[in-house]
Structures are given as C-alpha cells and as structure tokens.
Ligand binder design. Structure first.
Ligand code: SF4
Length: 451
C-alpha cells in the first residue's frame, strides 16, 4: 500500500473513553491528555462501551464532587471495566482503590505523563506509521474539548494561599507559574488555530509570576516580565477576546482596568470574593481580605463603566452569624455584583474549617442561600433590563433553525447568561462576533436581533 490511508482504513487504533469532571482547570488537564494521546495515535469515543479503556478525570474539591467522581468511576467500571483515574481525587488513591480494587491505575492532578504512560502500558499502540503522526492542525494548539472558537489558557498551577475551606494547595501544591513566553506562544497558536476568545484561568490569576520573581521572557524581540499586567497587555494585542477568571482584588489589579476601558481585554473580572463580613473572611483566611473592596470596585467602575463583575460566595460558613450574613447582603447591594453564584458551606475532608466552632445548621444555610439568591436575582434582573435597547457585541456559540445562541462581553461560557438571537443570516458561524440590538431581558438571559 502506498500513500496516506483514509481514516476509515485505520482499524487497529485503540480507542479511549474520557469523562472530564470538575472545574475549567480540570478541563484543561483533560485537553492536554487528549492532545498527547491523539498525537500518539489513539482515538477517542463518547461511549464507555466502545472504548478499549476509560479515563476518568475526577474532582475532589467538595465532598459532593468526590461522590460524583466515585459515581462516574463506578459507571465506567460497570460499563467498561478498564478504567484509569486521574485528577484531584487521584491524590487520595486509597479512597478509590478500596472501593474499586480492579482500577488499572490512579494518578494525581496534572500528572499528564503518568496518565499517558498508564494508557500506553494498559493499551499499547500497535505501531502504525500513518496514525503515529501528529495531525498537523493539532501540533501546537492541542485538541480543545471546548468548542473551537473559545479555549481555556492555564497560566499557572497550584496556589500560595491557604483558605481554610480549601484543600487545593494540598492537592496541587504551591503556585508554579508557566514562563510568560510559553503562555503567550500557546495563546498565539490558539488564535492562529481559529480561537476567538481566551479564558485565562489558574487558582489565583492575579498572583501570576510571583514564584518566578517576575522573570523576563524573550517575546517579539523584547524582554517581557512575567507579571499579571504584562500578561494582560500582551494578550490584549492578539486581536481576540481575553477574559480573566479567578482574580483577587489586590491593589495591582487596578492597573489592568485601563486595558479593559481601552477595549484591549474584556471588561470582565471573575473574582471569587466568597464573603464580605470581615470576621468571616478572616476565618476563611482569604487573600486580599484586608483590602477595601467596595472602594476598589467603585474606582474600577469609574475607570471602566462597562465592567462586569462575576463572583462566587459561600453562605453558612462556620461561625457566620445573622449579622455577618446581613452584612453580606448589604455589601452585595452596594457592590452591585453583576453575576454571583452561592454555595452552602460543606465540610471537605482535610480542610481546617471542619474543626471550626459554631457550624451553621443546614436549615439556616438553606434559608440564607435562598435569601442570597433572591437578592442576587434582583440585582441581576435590574442590570439585565438596563441593557434593553442597547447594541452589544456578541460572540456566536451555536447556530440553529434561523436563530443563534450567543454571549455578550459580560457572559463567560457555561457560567453566565445567553443572548438568544432571532433572524440571523445564513452566513453567521460559531465564533463570529456580531452587533446585536437587545430587545428583551430576563433575569439572566437576553433576546435580540443582529443590528
Ligand atoms: S485561593 Fe484559596 S480557595 Fe483558591 S485555590 Fe487558593 S487556597 Fe483554594
């Protein structure tokens, strides 16, 4: 046989199933595993049954996430029986192996090489000079599990903070930032591969480069320091949307707001405030808890009136009093957080907050959560209603039946709202950025028509 075979001729390539649980950071890990295994010639399938083995990328952040992970492992064991487990829960291997002793291998978070090598051990590739080649389009930018027009860009691993409810530092270790030129090179390759929106993620994005002592990297015939501001400035020159997640309100964050006001990066900040009452923040051991956040938010909005703030909060943290909770509601009203999610506090095995006094009863947590969500819905609904009659730039996610699902600059994929478009021209494609006249608003979503 000569020449390159058509894909249908490749019958002997092992096929891997993948279940990816957890946060966007875990999704990036999955993408790396897929990229490497694809490059090695493996195929992928959506079903457990047709797979030669299944990788389950687990989340171990909350006890409920661990249960979900164990459930996913159980399903893969029942339906396939050949399972490799990785991800955060892999750091506690005995919890998995005691329940599922026949698991092929367990590896911890970010152990891409170990996962890949476990796959090679348990499902070796038969050498095939055709399928062993890395498909050229995957060479640099990797396989994206997210739709092609947006991608997550992970800038660091681990975290130097020690929030009392969180076990991520013990699972993932201290902050390790990727050198700036590597991050920028990956971003540039993604942009060249057609990505129109980058979602910058890490555990603590504003701490980027601290561990590198802001070491300079060569980039475009210049030397650029590994600093949060420089990272944002360089990404802002790539001509695509850049959205920042997991930023803390440190004073140096002020410096990137002008980049947002100038349209270089999206006017969007995802800041997990978690609470507002000083004694709860102290008990949580939150980074930047001492900063005057309300004044800071006001100053940001003065510099960039279109700024959207997204955040997450924990209600019912041990020791949270009714007064603390009222303080949080009042703070929310003043801060006018555009988008907020709330969780009821849960003990996580290994977290120091488990041993705190005065745990809040479940029924009070539930009531506080309801009150929080009502307040947030009220704020969100007002902000959404104010958008009716405006023209907003939106990125198209999906086109179907003469309409399209899109997102404005204020909407991150999966976690924020959708802009539903009617009467879209046939030429519109996912990833296109279009101007949209907003006609109607709901609490979280908008409706409109291309301008
Ligand atoms: S900042 Fe706090 S909550 Fe976030 S990963 Fe670090 S320790 Fe955990």
């Amino acid at each position: 046989m000569t020449g390159t075979p058509a894909p249908t001729e490749i019958k002997d390539r092992p096929t891997i199933g993948l279940v990816s649980l957890g946060c966007p950071k875990a999704l990036v890990d999955s993408e790396r595993i897929v990229t490497q295994l694809r490059a090695d010639g493996y195929g992928f399938t959506d079903t457990h049954e047709g797979a030669d083995l299944v990788i389950v990328n687990t989340c171990g952040f909350l006890d409920s996430a661990k249960e979900e992970s164990l459930h996913a492992i159980g399903e893969a064991m029942n339906e396939n029986g050949r399972v490799i487990v990785t991800g955060c829960m892999g750091a506690e291997a005995e919890q998995i192996t005691s329940k599922y002793p026949n698991i092929l291998a367990v590896t911890g978070p970010h152990q891409y090489e170990q996962v890949v090598s476990a796959v090679h051990t348990h499902q070796p590739m038969t050498h095939n000079p055709f399928v062993d080649l890395t498909p050229p389009s995957y060479d640099e930018a990797g396989i994206k599990l997210t739709p092609r027009h947006y991608a997550y860009l992970k800038i660091s691993e681990g975290c130097n903070n020690r929030c009392s409810f969180c076990i991520i530092p013990s699972l993932r270790g201290d902050l390790v930032s990727r050198p700036l030129h590597r991050v920028l090179h990956e971003a540039e390759q993604l942009a060249k591969a057609g990505v129109k929106e980058l979602l910058v993620i890490s555990q603590d994005t504003s701490a980027y480069g601290v561990d590198l002592k802001y070491a300079e990297s060569p980039w475009k015939n210049r030397r650029v320091p590994a600093k949060f501001y420089n990272l944002c400035e360089e990404l802002g020159q790539m001509g695509i949307w850049v959205r920042l997640h997991y930023v803390y309100p440190y004073p140096h964050v002020d410096s990137v707001i002008p980049l947002m006001a100038d349209g270089k990066i999206l006017p969007y900040l995802d800041i997990p405030f978690q609470h507002a009452a000083p004694n709860v923040l102290k008990a949580m051991r939150r980074p930047a808890a001492q900063e005057k956040t309300l004044a800071r938010i006001q100053a940001w909005r003065n510099m960039c009136p279109d700024l959207t703030l997204r955040s997450s909060f924990i209600v019912g943290f041990p020791g949270e009093t009714e007064e603390d909770f009222e303080f949080l509601l009042q703070w929310l009203e003043e801060a006018q957080i555009d988008r907020a999610g709330a969780f009821q506090y849960e003990n996580v095995q290994g977290a120091t907050s488990n041993t705190h006094d005065n745990h809040v009863p479940d029924e009070i947590k539930e009531i506080r959560w309801q009150r929080f969500m009502e307040k947030q819905q009220e704020i969100s609904a007002k902000k959404q209603a104010a958008k009716v009659g405006k023209t907003l730039e939106c990125i198209i996610d999906e086109v179907a039946g003469g309409g399209a699902d899109a997102r404005s600059k204020a909407d991150a994929p999966d976690i924020d709202g959708t802009v539903y478009l009617r009467d879209v021209p046939d030429t519109i494609q996912p990833g296109d950025i279009v101007r949209v006249n907003i006609e109607e608003a709901e609490d979280y979503d908008l409706y409109g028509v291309p301008a």
